[in-house]
Design a protein. Structure first.
Length: 669
């Protein structure tokens, strides 16, 4: 099939041919060409689901579907950018009008147009987690709640509110189920604080991250004219990672698909592992029942792992009762069986892993080809100590994100006020930078100009206590040049702020001021790519992936290092060699999960995700003896997920430590 397009480097028309038969297997072709109407694609690990989605989008465009009638939703900005880039590379041109991004990104785009129907202004601010917690702290302080060791901190309270929204369950129910350790007599205070929190956000024309979904759904459910207009926009809707959707997202999808009914959801119920974030596996399991006429496709050809690894993964996940049965089939040649290694204790587990990693590098693997996966962060503590002893460089997935650093949040708060002068959280942050203005003083100042324009805020003589008034007047002098700058000259605004007072502030407050100033210079570089402050702030608020080394990488080639990661953070990734550690009953699966069948099945899915990260070699390690703070040393049992495996699917290596060497030696059984 051919299509006239324009070459990326010229404006002359050219022709390319998308060879679906050559580029896709039979399962993928069926989805690409036949997925009209409601469709569920069950995409097994490593089965090429991203490739299938990309070709489906290209196929629709090639058939003449307007780009602005296609909506592609994913769960991370990284995944969205990758998919849109791959569509562009495949077609040879960029479909400018294509709707693509995360649920929250799409929600933000629609709310910017329609939110006035819910009583907000279109220039609303978006609170990040820190902003939301700051507002909650302020409300808690205003209520003058007695200090109580059982009263949740603002972060815990924010998580409770967030889970309630995303799961569609009332605060009272979530409180009793997930926060039973708290005193029940503080529930009225929590409900009251939650109410004030929601009212205060609306008062200051601000949304938190969850509101981007909640208010999008509210538009669909309460504003028929708006719902009709939004539904009419999209002729084809494609959703990735549907097993990770929560209550709000599933309801939004149901509404969006009402008219054209061309809803294609792709996911793998066997990789649903985020219930702690309110992801609901029933969304994918019940999808065919909720939307009548759903066609079900399966992608079972795995391009990642050896047959031996897949046999073990299949053998494990078949024990789950609540699932769509699938059988991953390898396209690669046979390799080595997975290896089970019982270690004497947690220290010997660490010694074995570190030695085996050294041996693997001598066999030709790079450190970055190897990942050590674990159920919980603390499972890797002894291993980290051992890696340091042997000078094996490693990183743990995570770390402080670039825009979450204090000095970057300060700069962004100034910019937020330029965009929305009624952003109380941003005002609180920048006022607290001034010596002599604390939280109470900041609130007194903010209370003076709740409804004023920025110009009047800077030119009105407020009634304040003498010491507070003096500090505020001096600060206004510093602010005037910055706030009079063209707000859409974002990098210019930042330079103005740095020259007026913030450089001196950094130099007097931090011993690493030079590093922080360099970060802000990189922020200037990043901001220079934007012509609109609103878009800049939206992208920052919605981004979960920016880190300092991504904005300004110091090296063209990354340093070689081992990867340590929780299994949750490893989902979607793959490595030639994978170690799964601490496979002990009561730790993996977690002891509490063993009391609840739904949670136990999710733990098994977590094990399945871990095994299917491996391409060539899979090592499963557990210690026979653990130390318990109450009982001392105790004998452990291998994980239930190991015990239920067919023993023919793996080999066992026994470890012995020689008397004259510190390093363990490996023997085969």
């Amino acid at each position: 099939m051919t299509k006239k397009i324009y070459n990326l480097r010229t404006t002359k028309p050219t022709k390319i041919q998308l060879d679906y038969t050559k580029d896709l297997n039979a399962e993928q072709q069926l989805v690409v060409k036949s997925a009209d109407g409601p469709c569920l694609v069950l995409a097994g690990a490593g089965s090429g689901k991203t490739r299938t989605l990309v070709y489906r989008v290209a196929y629709l465009l090639e058939k003449g579907v307007p780009a602005d009638k296609i909506l592609l939703m994913t769960f991370t900005n990284k995944a969205a950018k990758e998919m849109l880039w791959r569509v562009e590379q495949l077609l040879g041109f960029k479909p400018q009008q294509l709707w693509g991004g995360t649920f929250h990104h799409i929600g933000n785009m629609l709310l910017r147009k329609y939110i006035q129907h819910l009583g907000y202004n279109q220039n609303y601010s978006i609170f990040d987690e820190d902003d939301a917690e700051t507002l909650l702290q302020s409300i808690i302080a205003e209520k003058n709640i007695k200090k109580d060791k059982y009263f949740p901190k603002s972060g815990v309270l924010k998580n409770l509110i967030s889970y309630s929204k995303n799961s569609g369950q009332p605060i009272e129910k979530i409180y009793k189920e997930k926060f039973s350790y708290l005193k029940t007599n503080i529930l009225p205070d929590i409900i009251d604080i939650t109410y004030i929190y929601e009212q205060r956000k609306k008062q200051h024309n601000a949304l938190d991250y969850d509101d981007l979904l909640l208010l999008w759904l509210k538009l669909m459910e309460t504003k028929p004219v708006v719902r009709k207009e939004i539904i009419k926009k999209f002729q084809y809707i494609l959703v990735d990672e549907y097993q990770d959707t929560n209550h709000l997202q599933a309801k939004i999808i149901e509404h969006l698909s009402q008219q054209h009914k061309n809803i294609l959801v792709v996911g793998d119920d066997a990789q649903s592992i985020y219930s702690f974030r309110a992801a609901d596996i029933s969304n994918i399991l019940q999808f065919p029942k909720k939307i009548s006429g759903t066609k079900i496709f399966k992608l079972e050809n795995n391009y990642r792992s050896t047959p031996e690894i897949l046999k073990l993964a299949n053998n494990s996940i078949k024990n789950n009762l609540h699932q769509f049965p699938k059988n991953l089939k390898a396209t690669r040649a046979s390799g080595e069986k997975p290896i089970l290694i019982p270690a004497q204790n947690i220290e010997q587990q660490a010694q074995f892993i570190s030695q085996r990693i050294i041996e693997l590098t001598e066999e030709g693997y790079k450190l970055r080809d190897i990942a050590v996966l674990f159920r919980a962060d603390f499972h890797a503590l002894e291993l980290e100590i051992e890696l340091n002893k042997k000078n094996i460089p490693y990183i743990k997935r995570g770390g402080i994100k670039f825009f979450e650093q204090a000095h970057l949040k300060d700069i962004i708060s100034f910019l937020k006020i330029l965009h929305n002068p009624h952003d109380e959280i941003a005002w609180t942050r920048i006022l607290n930078l001034q010596v002599g203005i604390g939280r109470v003083g900041a609130q007194k100042i903010i209370n003076q100009f709740t409804s004023l324009t920025l110009d009047k805020i800077l030119n009105t003589d407020f009634i304040l206590p003498a010491n507070l008034k003096s500090t505020w007047q001096k600060f206004k002098t510093d602010l005037n040049k910055f706030f009079n700058h063209d707000k859409n000259d974002i990098d210019g605004c930042i330079r103005e702020l740095m020259s007026s007072f913030y450089t001196v502030y950094l130099q007097t407050k931090y011993d690493n001021a030079t590093k922080r100033i360099e970060d802000i210079e990189q922020l200037e570089n990043f901001a220079s790519n934007y012509q609109q402050l609103e878009q800049f702030l939206s992208d920052i608020s919605l981004s979960e992936n920016f880190r300092a080394d991504e904005v300004n990488p110091e090296k063209n080639e990354p340093e070689d290092f081992l990867i340590l990661s929780t299994i949750h953070q490893a989902k979607g990734l793959e490595w030639p060699v994978v170690f799964i550690i601490n496979l002990v009953s009561g730790q993996f699966p977690h002891a509490k999960a063993m009391e609840n069948n739904e949670e136990f099945e999710e733990e098994r899915r977590l094990f399945y995700v871990a095994t299917t990260r491996a391409q060539n070699l899979l090592y499963m390690v557990y210690p026979n003896i653990l130390y318990n703070q109450y009982y001392g040393f105790i004998f452990s049992q291998p994980s239930e997920f190991i015990q239920e495996l067919d023993s023919n699917l793996y080999d066992i290596w026994n470890i012995t430590t020689t008397e004259d060497e510190d390093l363990p030696t490996i023997e085969y059984q």
